[in-house]
Design a protein. Structure first.
Length: 353
């Protein structure tokens, strides 16, 4: 539904407009009415509105001043102005704020419906433009991280307004399967430190440029349902030059795959540069695992195997290494377990994908 706010100092007019048409049938919802324009401005500071319908002659604040301040608070909000006076100054003030239409009192039903239709079309046109612009911006980020052409990379950096400085390092941030994704998109659109982002499957890859304090603020102020305590939140190492972008992207993708393999539900992970990464464990050999499994009793096998995967996760093992470990375990079990039914009992807890 398109959210509508009505502002008029006359209560009966406010009530009359609400009853004039079936707003829901036309795709609109009146979410707020105000007789005082000052209170209306306070509401607009915090609550998004799609269409504002306002009188232009109110004692608490002149209509032109009110609509000017209202549009400053929400520039993309559509505006319908109402006046019972044939005063060009009021009409002109509304038009200066890009009012969709001007309605005289008493309001004619057909004129109101036509004006609302115009407002709906303007909103739809703007949303389409914004959607296309968003897709183009996302494509630039994806191209930047995947291109093999230095020329293309330079063009994308310029288009995204990215420069490399020590004070505001560039980082790649991955947020896994944010729910709802719309909340994250709205948040990203308000952040000047976010140079761009794009969706990769169900995950988001974000191009962030800012100081460490700005990074901390970005993480702390993320929507509650998206933050690090609810979703896996991966922060890449600082990227000092364009040539390191590909390495940073590869490292982030590798970490995303690792998080999915180990089924990490939530948490913040700050990744180190490749040359400072912690030492990952070596893959145990077949004979070593065969001896270890030989000492494990069937009732405790699942507990043992879970502990092995937990240890691999703590040691920063890649998902590839963990999969290879699981394969060796399966090979050992295939040799040691003779009956099909018993084999299933062993293999089931190791069947991670």
């Amino acid at each position: 539904m398109i959210k509508v706010m009505l502002v008029d100092d006359e209560y009966m007019l406010l009530r009359g407009i609400q009853l004039l048409i079936d707003w829901t049938a036309y795709g609109f919802e009146i979410v707020q009415t105000e007789q005082n324009p000052v209170k209306a401005l306070a509401y607009l500071q915090d609550q998004p509105i799609d269409v504002l319908i306002s009188d232009m002659n109110m004692p608490e604040m002149a209509g032109p001043e009110f609509v000017t301040q209202a549009k400053q608070l929400q520039p993309e909000m559509e505006l319908l102005v109402i006046s019972g006076y044939d005063n060009f100054d009021y009409v002109h003030a509304g038009l200066q704020q890009n009012a969709v239409n001007y309605l005289r009192k008493p309001i004619d039903t057909d004129e109101l419906i036509a004006a609302l239709a115009d407002a709906k079309q303007h909103l739809a046109d703007r949303q389409l433009i914004q959607h296309n612009a968003s897709l183009a911006a996302q494509m630039r980020v994806r191209t930047l991280l995947t291109t093999d052409s230095a020329t293309t990379q330079t063009q994308m950096l310029a288009a995204l307004n990215v420069t490399f400085t020590a004070a505001t390092p560039l980082r790649l941030i991955g947020i896994l399967n944010p729910l709802p994704p719309q909340a994250l998109v709205r948040y990203l659109s308000t952040q000047t430190t976010v140079k761009g982002y794009y969706g990769e499957g169900q995950d988001f890859i974000i191009l962030f440029q800012g100081s460490r304090s700005a990074l901390n603020q970005f993480i702390e102020q993320a929507p509650q349902q998206i933050g690090a305590d609810r979703r896996p939140f991966l922060v890449g190492a600082p990227i000092a030059k364009p040539a390191a972008l590909a390495t940073g992207y590869t490292q982030l993708k590798r970490e995303i795959a690792r998080q999915y393999f180990f089924e990490t539900a939530a948490g913040l992970r700050i990744m180190l540069p490749e040359n400072q990464s912690v030492v990952t464990p070596d893959l145990p050999g077949y004979s070593t695992l065969k001896q270890a499994i030989g000492r494990v009793k069937l009732p405790t096998f699942e507990t043992w195997l879970t502990a092995q995967f937990d240890e691999l996760k703590q040691q920063n093992a890649s998902d590839t290494l963990a999969r290879q470990f699981a394969l060796i375990v399966l090979l050992v079990l295939a040799d040691q377990v003779t009956t099909f039914n018993d084999r299933e009992r062993y293999i089931e807890p190791s069947g991670r994908s």
